[in-house]
Design a protein around this ligand. Structure first.
Ligand code: PMV
Length: 329
């Protein structure tokens, strides 16, 4: 039996602009998905999910395409829950050259599902790591990241960025530009996350920014300005000036708001964080709903968010310098 875990992520800077070739900086957060894998005597897969924001479920299936999972929750939830596990299992079988390996898989996640915090990437990364180790193969982190990216591509019909899987595999702060992902230096970052309980439609939000950018030169300039913030922010990160990073986050949020991807609940949470004395706050990910990330070493922002209209849950989660790691073997 092997247990591996991997972190979720927030965007410190650069979402949306990254779609047009600008750099972005996602950061791993101290919220993890843990995946336990135990090889079976047969070629079947049994998945037990503890905490995917829904009541736990167990599903067992074989290779027969006509074999419907026998479970008591909505089919779509099961598909969402096991799609990533299934793709991770395929990658582990492939990496270990063991196409018929069967597994019992247990998933426990501290990362809210579908909230833009990279929960699916964390589950996929931890699943590939645990699955390959259980088969006696130890992959370098870069290969876990590459295989997790391929798994996400498959599940998401060819629509996946490398940011989430790379960040989850390596931990820490990451610089993404096109297909180029690399770890970068960062100080300790006291993240506080507020979640409105919802999620935006990423495809629709990206299309909205694209349309604005094509229609107005100043919208294209706004996207470029986000890229400038990221380039400047990288230097501030290297210097370790957390207060200035907060200012840049505020600026970045303003530009995302101008591009139409914020929402009332996200703005309410951003302003609650600022009023509580956060060093900075912005939406993270696609926007339209979902999460904000603030910087605050004190308890003030989290407490304020808990009383903010539109905020369903708020929690602290510092920058996690650890990426994928083995918890038990
Ligand atoms: O909401 P998330 O974490 O999936 O992030 C989306 C980030 C975008 O830049 C809006 C889209 C993308 O594919 O990079």
């Amino acid at each position: 039996m092997v247990v591996s875990s991997a972190p979720g992520k927030v965007y410190l800077f650069g979402e949306h602009a990254v779609v047009y070739g600008e750099p972005a900086v996602p950061c791993a957060i101290e919220r993890r998905a843990r995946v336990t894998v135990e090889e079976r005597d047969d070629d079947r897969i049994r998945v037990h999910a503890e905490d995917l924001s829904i009541n736990g479920f167990t599903v067992e299936y074989g290779d027969g395409a006509d074999e419907a999972p026998d479970v008591d929750v909505a089919e779509s939830l099961v598909q969402a829950g096991i799609g990533y596990i299934d793709a991770a299992v395929e990658q582990a079988r492939d990496a270990a050259d063991a196409p018929d390996a069967g597994f019992d898989v247990t998933v426990e996640s501290e990362i809210p599902l579908g909230a833009g915090l990279g929960s699916s990437a964390a589950v996929t990364v931890a699943g590939i790591d645990a699955g390959t180790r259980e088969l006696g193969v130890e992959l370098p982190t870069e290969e876990v990241a590459e295989r997790a990216y391929r798994a996400e591509l498959e599940v998401q019909d060819g629509e996946a960025s490398r940011a989430d899987t790379f960040c989850s595999a390596t931990g820490g702060a990451v610089r993404v530009e096109g297909d180029d992902c690399r770890a970068i230096e960062a100080p300790e970052l006291p993240f506080v996350i507020g979640f409105d309980g919802g999620a935006g439609d990423t495809g629709q939000l990206v299309a909205g920014v694209r349309a604005l950018r094509e229609e107005y030169g100043f919208a294209a300039d706004t996207v470029e300005s986000i890229g400038d913030i990221v380039r400047f922010g990288e230097e501030v990160l290297a210097e370790g000036d957390v207060a200035e990073l907060g200012q840049l986050m505020d600026f970045n949020h303003g530009l995302l708001e101008a591009l139409g991807v914020s929402s009332r609940s996200l703005d309410q949470m951003v302003w609650a964080a600022r009023d509580a004395g956060a060093l900075g706050a912005k939406l993270t990910g696609a926007g339209g709903g979902g999460c904000i990330v603030a910087l605050d070493p004190t308890e003030a922002t989290r407490t304020a968010l808990e009383y903010t209209q539109g905020c369903e849950t708020a929690f602290r989660a510092g920058l996690d310098t650890d990426g994928v790691r083995v918890e038990a073997e």
